[in-house]
Write a protein that binds this ligand. Structure first.
Ligand code: APR
Ligand code: ZN
Length: 363
């Protein structure tokens, strides 16, 4: 099968013929029909998000089950599924306490299957399952626990996005922060994930949703997705603009959805006294922000990290599909570009230039 391989950080991916071993007991093979290109894949390519190479990146995927390993009972051939890029073990402390996103086993196995081997190789050399998904490929093998069955009415391109951008963004609002109705929020960075924070805030009935970005087209998109106000950070001081828009008070929640140290610092300033700065974006390892701890104490502000929207996929993916059916969640509108595997490197460039909402690849 064909797949896009990352050999070393910073280099373009190479589309090559890769060997995929058949699913072992408890595993399934999935024909990948759609996979979104997420900033996290770009970060993995750049080495910002440290992931072992050589690997096949890609984690925001959906497709159809085409082969079953021994003893598989949760899905059957022909089932349509969304990939869980955090293939939680269901046994560790976190998994048994409602926090599958923090699965200890996934944390330790990084890029390998549960038995610590890979199903991917090229000329006999094993490849890692990049971002625990390896969806930039025509097919992939997963633990049966790592796929969530979906109904037939959800288009596969839209389904793929639920697996990362939508879950991360909407989940940050509804799960991590349980944002109360009537809240005022700022969303700093309105790319594929940020637009879903905007959508989540709309579902939560926020009174004010202030979109902040440096790209005029992203701000325009944010308004379509539910932003009530926009701040162009390329031409104004975003923190002051947020104060002005909130009668000098600041927002209840300031979601940083870029992974930029400067805007993470700003998000703390944007939060009102007693409010929250929520880090959704992943900043590079080894770099630090400066905070004055006394400010947190004296103003009662908090910084919260939100990882994959605290998703419990079996519980939450169906909820997101319901929102979509009710017209509360726009999935199709998030897709601004489409392509095949050979378009992956171009899709990365487009993210770097800030010119896309989301590219969906149909391998
Ligand atoms: N100020 C405001 N907006 C900015 C700035 C800045 N200094 N720098 C970049 N942006 C905007 C870009 O214009 C873009 O719209 O941030 C947005 C980032 O969006 P994407 O590149 O599409 O990234 P996305 O896939 O949404 O991921 C964002 O969330 O899950 C994490 O790893 C992911 O850290 C990444 C973040
Ligand atoms: Zn992602």
């Amino acid at each position: 099968m064909k797949a896009a391989v990352l050999y070393s950080y910073g280099e373009p991916l190479k589309v090559e013929e890769v060997d995929l071993a058949p699913p072992k007991a408890g595993e399934v093979k999935v024909k990948i029909e759609a996979t979104g290109v997420c900033h996290s894949d770009l970060s993995a390519r750049n080495g910002t998000l440290v992931f072992p190479v050589p690997c096949i990146p890609g984690h925001e995927g959906a497709g159809t089950v085409v082969e079953l390993g021994e003893g598989v009972s949760r899905v059957k051939e022909g089932d349509r599924v969304i990939i869980k890029w955090i293939p939680s073990c269901e046994k560790c402390w976190h998994c048994t306490h409602g926090e599958p996103i923090h699965c200890q086993d996934v944390h330790e196995r990084h890029g390998l299957m549960a038995d610590r081997t890979s199903r991917l190789s090229i000329g006999g050399t094993p490849l890692f399952h990049g971002l625990d998904g390896a969806t930039f490929a025509e097919e992939a093998v997963f633990d049966e626990k790592a796929v969530v069955k979906i109904p037939d009415d959800v288009p596969v391109d839209a389904a793929a996005l639920i697996g990362c951008a939508v879950g991360t963004g909407v989940g940050a609002v509804l799960n991590t922060c349980k944002v109360p109705a009537g809240s005022r929020v700022a969303v700093i960075g309105c790319g594929g994930v940020g637009l879903n924070v905007v959508q989540g805030a709309k579902i939560a009935d926020c009174e004010q949703i202030i979109a902040v970005d440096i790209s005029a087209s992203k701000l325009e998109a944010a308004q379509k997705f539910g932003a009530t106000d926009v701040v162009d950070a390329s031409s104004s001081n975003a923190s002051s603009a947020i104060r002005e828009l909130t009668d000098g008070v600041g927002v209840d929640y300031a979601f940083e959805v870029i992974g930029n140290l400067k805007t993470q610092e700003q998000s703390i300033e944007m939060a009102r006294r007693g409010g929250y700065a929520v880090f959704v974006g992943v900043a590079p390892f080894g770099q630090n922000i400066e905070i004055t701890p006394a400010i947190l104490t004296l103003t009662g502000r908090s910084i919260i990290g939100s990882y994959f929207g605290d998703m419990v996929p079996e519980r939450d993916f169906p909820k997101l599909i319901d929102f979509w059916r009710e017209g509360k969640l726009d999935l199709e509108g998030l897709i601004s570009e489409k392509g095949g595997l050979e378009d992956i490197n171009g899709a990365f460039e487009a993210i770097e230039q800030g010119s896309v909402l989301r590219t969906v690849i149909n391998p």
